[in-house]
Design a protein around this ligand. Structure first.
Ligand SMILES: *Cc1c(COP(=O)(O)O)cnc(C)c1O
Length: 364
């Protein structure tokens, strides 16, 4: 009997390190603080952060408090780092933030008040980040609220604002005037916080030019190989490769119908390969609309994605049962798959599932 046919997810930490250095070069003198929320965009926050620490990263961002705790444990005492929590100071978070030495990115006046009250008990200034909303309308204090905190008396009592941050809503569209509007609002506010470092750019923002880089940038997706502008970027390498072996090769006649329902019908004689990966392994079902896999040096159109199996049209190839098909990776490109599925690269990565057998390449 043959080996069981399973999907394999390979996570290339050397490619991750390569992307880190490309972004570092692009960011000028700004510190790079990798964003490793959602378990390192699904690729494993522990191995990802440990490798990036080895490459020089000393600050990280997560979204949730629990992610911060897991990351602190994964880095261990031998890898000291600042870990910012984007959810900020949530109810009852004080003891846990302190125990894991996490830095909340405070995002409302109420959070600032709660953090200040908690810090009063600690007896020494507590480092926090302040997240301001300069036009994305998702989270953060308004610039006026932030200004009132420094101008009013005692609004930040017990707190030391170590980082002033904001997030761009349209950075993947460089010409969008929202970028420069947010930049002006942020630059103006920054003058009120002369002692804080400043951060505005995520992956795409780093590529908008020097004015956007400030002291610290927060790249996520481009570390993991996603192009900053939602299309493949040859300077970056694929970190995640999903591949699966062919379990069957079929010859269809005109009129044959493939998979469930009747939407996919062979209009001519067609050779197809059935591979052992499906949406339960993380391949997005909607990607069949224009998506492709890579086999024998060429792109092969996705016809059908089911839970456990995917069917591609393979044309003339010497490929045989057992040969691996790349469904995501250096050739089946992340941004192309995302575009075919009508989503962003971030979502493609976080959906990669635990069912696919994981393997890491490169030093952790
Ligand atoms: C997720 C996130 C990032 C990272 O964005 P990418 O597009 O993945 O580079 C940076 N900053 C904030 C506030 C975020 O929520």
């Amino acid at each position: 009997m043959a080996e069981p046919a399973v999907a394999r997810l390979t996570i290339d930490l050397d490619a991750l390190a390569h992307n880190f250095h490309v972004l570092k070069g692009e960011a000028g003198g700004a510190e790079l603080a990798p964003v490793v929320k959602a378990d390192g965009y699904g690729l494993g926050a522990g191995p990802v952060a440990r490798r990036l620490w080895a490459e020089g990263a000393r600050s990280f961002f997560v979204a949730r408090l629990a992610e911060g705790e897991v990351l602190r444990a994964a880095l261990g005492a031998e890898r000291p780092a600042t870990i910012y929590v984007l959810d900020g100071f949530t109810a009852g978070a004080g003891p846990r933030l302190s125990a894991a030495e996490l830095t909340p990115a405070l995002l409302s006046v109420a959070q600032v008040a709660a953090a200040s009250a908690w810090a009063a008990g600690a007896g020494r200034p507590w480092n926090v980040a302040l997240h301001v909303d300069t036009g994305m309308n998702r989270q953060g204090l308004t610039p006026d609220e932030a200004r009132a905190l420094v101008q009013g008396h005692g609004g930040l009592r017990g707190l030391h604002v170590d980082l002033l941050m904001s997030h761009l809503g349209s950075a993947t569209t460089p010409d969008d005037p929202r970028n420069s509007n947010q930049l002006s609002a942020f630059s103006e506010l920054r003058r009120e916080f002369p002692d804080a470092r400043a951060s505005l750019a995520a992956s795409a923002g780093i590529f908008l030019g020097e004015a956007y880089r400030f002291d610290l940038a927060r790249p996520g997706i481009s570390l993991y190989g996603g192009g900053p502008f939602e299309r493949p970027d040859d300077r970056l390498q694929a970190v995640a490769t999903l591949s699966a072996p062919i379990v069957d090769i079929r010859n269809l006649r005109p009129g044959d119908i493939v998979g469930y329902g009747s939407s996919v019908r062979a209009e001519r004689p067609m050779r197809t390969a059935v591979v052992a990966a499906g949406y339960a392994d993380g391949l997005i079902r909607a990607a069949k609309a224009g998506g492709y896999g890579w086999l024998d040096g060429a792109r092969r159109r996705l016809l059908v994605v089911t839970m456990d199996l995917t069917v591609l049209e393979i044309g003339e190839t010497e490929a045989q049962v057992g040969d691996p098909v790349e469904l995501l990776g250096p050739n089946a490109r992340l941004d192309d798959l995302a575009a075919a599925a009508g989503t962003v690269a971030h979502e493609v990565l976080v959906r990669l599932s635990r069912r696919a057998e994981r393997r890491y390449l490169g030093e952790v």
